[in-house]
Write a protein that binds this ligand. Structure first.
Ligand code: BGC
Ligand code: BGC
Length: 723
């Protein structure tokens, strides 16, 4: 037995191999012999440039007698090759990379932060095997990755799906989890870090006790780009605190049908509004400040992902093929000109502002899945818009192209331009399929190279090679005073006053008796909606925060009697004469049960009997009635509106419910305006600014886009329309 060390090899080669000496040859399972295609290119003085040669890829490599002959031959060959003066490093790489391509995990170019990113990318890509490249294109759900497989398969990305927290949902446990995955990635030959992604769509909602901001529908009503930038920044900080540099946000859907379960993830129905707000948010997430102490060459703080490309908000009712979804993942039929006019501007703006990842939509255009739309993904997004980042698929989104033919789905989607597959479960199958497809010539390796180039570019832009894990300094920002104040401000700005008879609002802080009814008046889960702790949201007060009720109690004077009953039954309270107590102000809070994605697709948006009864009952127990509606979209309230003196659309405010009391009691004004047309009836749906311009009277929406009262503005007369 001969113990053969890499050091031994390197001593006998030209000086250029110095960096090989300092770095170990890492063990490649099953492949001991490798082609040295690069790594010799730093030969001082340029005298001893070396041809690719055969060597061994392990630090310590045991050779038995049977192999001695091979060894001697290889040694002789390599000696001859190394001795000659040639310059063929990169040009000698065959069109298909060998299984194991190189010698070392370190390259002076790719690891040198002062080199331009493109140079570093080129250098790294040149040295990657096909397996390593395919690994970069693979994104796995964190519970599905087997121990050791990140290293084994060179996995490029891990994600948390909705609710995908570590078993202990703390900042430290998140950080340790991501770090554990990162360490596995750093054990690979080329030490390419993983990029970990999560849906922090209204703050880092999967993290227990994060600052949860209003969902985008509320931020659309606030329509404040400066606020959006700050929300983006705060979200980035709380994500980095948990070790995560990639956010699958913002949704830039220009939503055309509010029956869609993702309406609240969109800012609104108007292209310009969506473009303005989503771009500001993206800048908040991505832009570096001095505080961040960026690595040299780093250009992005947290990677944003405008999604879902393209037209996800314009599908036709009943066109979805997914479970019992109706709109979500369905089909859009709009002509190209309209697609470009309505849905492309937010992407153009995002790309111009530095967007480096875009998620493809589950939906279809003219019957073809977006994941297969080469003209839109490659020609429009990449070529025309000049997008330099990578396209990530949606969750098993590639698989939907040909549901019974995985191979075809993958080939079609990768060739169409999707660069990274959110697999997210069966990564071994995806990887094998990719290898087969490349080996069969169905996916050109140049296409794989392009995808990997884009992914690496982003990893460099994030500074991951220098700092695979973010600084723990961000951990103090979780629910910091600054973030809570910002979230509360966002809540205030998001509120839309729909009705205010006789100036019942603002309330006096000295109001003697206030009744508050409805379970959602005292439930942080209900006021937060979907994508909070769980994919579908979670009812209950699991998160820290302020409820609407607690906010009202805190805002009113200490002498005010504030009583809460979820069912609106206040009969137990008596006045000094022993008669039922009548409140001066009765506040009824109504909410949808939380939902997300197609689970929330709904034809009937009207209020239910239970909700109507709460309002009616309050009318019997209070001198005035104010309704606060918590919802992910406008609901049909035409019949109930006359039962209340004032009506506030509060959307899904998140954890800082006290922002509502700030405005109810007049400490701040109502400034929110509808970013969606408010339907008069279910029959009117879908109604939006693009299809209702000429509609008047009972055909018009109940409240138009842009509507929202200020204090002391008279409520408009509501038409009586027979349904
Ligand atoms: C959603 C995406 C989300 C992804 C990861 C998908 O179901 O459509 O918006 O980013 O899951 O959670
Ligand atoms: C995940 C979500 C994902 C969804 C897709 C859920 O199990 O938690 O993140 O969007 O599946 O259907």
């Amino acid at each position: 037995m001969v113990l053969w060390k890499s050091r031994w090899l390197s001593r006998r080669r030209c000086q250029a191999v110095r960096h090989i000496e300092t770095n170990n040859f890492q063990k490649q399972s099953g492949n001991n012999i490798s082609l040295l295609t690069s790594g010799f290119d730093t030969c001082p003085g340029g005298r001893c440039k070396c041809m690719p040669l055969r060597g061994y890829s392990t630090t310590e490599f045991v050779i038995n007698n049977n192999m001695k002959r091979i060894f001697s031959f290889l040694f002789l060959l390599s000696f001859l090759l190394a001795a000659c003066d040639t310059q063929t490093q990169s040009t000698s790489v065959s069109p298909k990379s060998p299984v194991v391509a190189t010698t070392t995990s370190e390259s002076p170019i790719s690891t040198n932060p002062s080199q331009p990113v493109e140079t570093r990318v080129d250098d790294l890509l040149k040295r990657m095997t096909l397996d390593e490249k395919i690994g970069q294109m693979t994104q796995v759900e964190k519970n599905s990755i087997a121990p050791g497989d990140i290293t084994k398969y060179y996995i490029g990305s891990i994600l948390s799906g909705g609710g995908g927290s570590p078993s202990e949902n703390t900042v430290q446990a998140w950080y340790a989890m991501v770090e554990g995955f990162q360490n596995e990635a750093l054990k690979t030959r080329l030490q390419i870090p993983i990029i970990y992604g999560v849906d922090a769509v209204h703050g880092h909602g999967n993290l227990h006790n994060a600052t949860v901001f209003p969902h985008n529908i509320g931020l659309g009503a606030a329509n404040d780009p400066a606020l959006m930038e700050q929300v983006g920044r705060a979200t980035a900080e709380e994500m980095l605190a948990t070790g995560i540099p990639w956010n699958f946000a913002p949704v830039v859907a220009v939503v055309q049908d509010v029956r869609w379960g993702r309406t609240y993830e969109g800012y609104g129905e108007k292209t310009e509004l969506v473009t303005l707000l989503s771009t500001a948010y993206l800048q908040g997430l991505q832009n570096l400040t001095d505080k961040d102490n960026p690595s040299p060459g780093q250009s992005i703080l947290v990677l944003a992902t405008p999604k879902h490309f393209i037209g996800d908000g314009a599908t036709i009712w009943g066109s979805s093929r997914t479970e019992d979804y109706k709109l979500d993942q369905g089909n859009m039929q709009a002509p190209e000109q309209l697609v470009r006019k309505l849905f492309l501007p937010p992407y153009q703006s995002a790309v111009d502002a530095g967007a480096m990842s875009v998620m493809a939509s589950f939906s279809s255009w003219k019957g073809t899945k977006m994941h297969a739309q080469q003209s839109l993904l490659t020609k429009v997004l990449k070529d025309e818009l000049g997008f330099k980042g990578f396209i990530v698929s949606d969750w098993q989104g590639m698989d939907q192209i040909a549901p019974d033919d995985y191979y075809t789905s993958i080939v079609t989607s990768v060739n169409a331009g999707v660069d990274m597959n959110m697999v997210p479960y069966d990564y071994a199958k995806f990887i094998q399929t990719m290898k087969d497809a490349v080996n069969n010539g169905d996916i050109p390796e140049s296409r794989v190279d392009e995808a990997v180039r884009r992914i690496l570019r982003v990893k460099f832009a994030l500074g991951l090679f220098e700092h695979p894990m973010p600084d723990t300094k961000y951990q103090v920002t979780i629910r910091s005073r600054e973030h809570l104040d910002l979230a509360r401000q966002a809540v205030r700005e998001s509120l839309v006053l729909l009705k205010n008879e006789n100036n019942v609002l603002p309330l006096s802080k000295e109001t003697p008796v206030i009744f508050v009814a409805g379970e959602s008046a005292n439930d942080i889960g209900l006021q937060s909606g979907g994508w909070t702790l769980e994919w579908q949201g979670k009812v209950g007060n699991d998160n820290d925060g302020t409820t609407i009720f607690s906010g009202i109690k805190a805002a009113a004077s200490p002498d005010t009697r504030v009583e809460f009953n979820r069912d609106g039954n206040f009969s137990e309270f008596k006045n000094s004469e022993g008669n039922p107590l009548i409140a001066d102000v009765g506040i009824v809070v109504l909410a949808e049960q939380p939902y997300s994605e197609g689970v929330g697709d709904k034809a009937d948006l009207s209020l239910g009997e239970k909700e109507t009864k709460l309002i009616v009952d309050m009318g019997k127990q209070s001198k005035t009635v104010i309704v606060i509606l918590i919802s992910g979209r406008p609901r049909v309230i035409t019949d109930q509106l006359p039962l209340a003196d004032a009506w506030v659309a509060a959307w899904l405010p998140g954890t800082e419910g006290a922002g509502i009391a700030d405005v109810l009691f007049g400490d701040y004004p109502f400034t929110g305006k509808l970013s969606y047309s408010w339907p008069r009836s279910n029959e009117q749906l879908p109604i939006n600014i693009n299809n209702s311009e000429d509609r008047i009277g009972c055909d018009a929406p109940l409240f138009p886009f842009g509507y929202g009262l200020k204090y002391r503005e008279p409520s408009p007369e509501i038409l009586k329309c027979s349904s």
